[in-house]
Design a binder for this molecule. Structure first.
Ligand SMILES: NC(=O)c1ccc[n+]([C@@H]2O[C@H](COP(=O)([O-])OP(=O)(O)OC[C@H]3O[C@@H](n4cnc5c(N)ncnc54)[C@H](OP(=O)(O)O)[C@@H]3O)[C@@H](O)[C@H]2O)c1
Length: 296
């Protein structure tokens, strides 16, 4: 039995789908089981919350492997440690943790990257006696969905990172690597840095979307302090806003220009480029008229 946490999220949902396809007995965690009412009936859905340790104890009963995904924010260390502790006490054999690029070695950027939220969990796993794999993905291609409203409205895409590039990764590749790490022993005790095959900037991504949608799309530079005010006004947690702003500055300065071969090494095929993600998700960027035309 494998327990998938974050099962309603971008990567967790895909991990659940892939494991189900391999015939693995599954239990899926969400705080609101109604959100998983449409998943296959042979997946056991449990209501559990990283904030409520007793629910985690019940969730790991009889489980051999855990896919550990905690939602981004300053609470990541506390949530990771709660789940790792429940896994250890509950007799789980292996935990595959979704972390973030930068990892534990990233100590020189003043706590500006999501990797700093994940470092305590990675350290706890390494000292837990459990088998473990840490997955450190770069920025997800699916973050581009945040631009869908602007693109549908014919407005420019807001750009906080200038011409800074990142090894933008397809979350489907992250999920496939997670499944390999959960089902095999080859990647135990390893931290894998998961990136796409090449470095792309926001203007590069927008140019690719423009090509895929066959329509011009522009970008507009957003000063980081203006972005901070906008994000705070929209109700985002200040810890998330702070990391978004400082992380954007780091990317802008070339500090996250990292590409690795880890996806290829684990999956035996190249990582999907951003263009593939854009082609497969082009429907999300079409306005209603275009969607109706595409359906005819
Ligand atoms: N986005 C990126 O570019 C990127 C890059 C590298 C690493 N990461 C890492 O990827 C992870 C996922 O981030 P994401 O933005 O893609 O989010 P997501 O997985 O799409 O959504 C967060 C998930 O966490 C669950 N969750 C939230 N609070 C919970 C709680 N208290 N107890 C149990 N489950 C809870 C939610 O489930 P319910 O609401 O159903 O309970 C949801 O499934 C983060 O750790 C992030 O640091 C993201």
């Amino acid at each position: 039995m494998i327990l998938v946490t974050g099962a309603t999220g971008t990567v967790g949902r895909e991990v659940l789908r892939l494991l189900a396809g391999r015939g693995v007995p599954l239990r899926a965690v969400t705080r609101d089981p109604a959100r998983l009412s449409s998943v296959k009936t042979d997946v056991e859905v449990v209501g559990a919350d990283f904030e409520a340790p007793e629910t985690l104890r019940d969730a790991v009963a009889g489980v051999e492997g855990v896919f550990l995904l905690t939602a981004p924010g300053a609470w990541v260390p506390e949530h990771d440690l709660a789940m790792i502790n429940a896994a250890r006490v509950g007799g789980v054999r292996k935990v595959v943790k979704l972390s973030a690029v930068g990892g534990r070695s990233s100590t020189d950027d003043g706590g500006t990257m999501p990797a700093h939220w994940h470092a305590p969990g990675e350290q706890a796993l390494a000292g837990s006696g459990l088998a473990w794999t840490a997955l450190r993905p770069s920025s997800f291609a699916s973050n581009a969905l945040r631009w869908a409203d602007a693109i549908q409205a014919g407005q420019p895409v807001p750009n906080m990172t200038g011409t800074g590039t990142q090894g933008v990764v397809d979350p489907r590749d992250v999920a496939e690597v997670a499944v390999e790490a959960l089902l095999g022993a080859e990647h135990d005790g390893m931290a894998l840095t998961l990136t796409g095959p090449d470095l792309v900037s926001v203007p590069d991504q927008v140019a690719l979307l423009s090509e895929v949608l066959a329509r011009p799309i522009s970008t507009v530079e957003i000063p980081l302090e203006a972005a901070r005010m906008q994000m705070l006004a929209s109700g985002l947690d200040p810890s998330v806003v702070d990391v978004a702003v400082r992380g954007s500055q780091l990317v802008r300065d070339g500090g996250n220009a990292v590409v690795t071969n880890d996806v290829h090494r684990v999956l035996g095929r190249p990582a999907r480029p951003f263009r593939t993600w854009a082609l497969d998700h082009r429907g999300a960027f079409l306005d209603t008229e275009e969607t109706a035309r595409a359906a005819r």
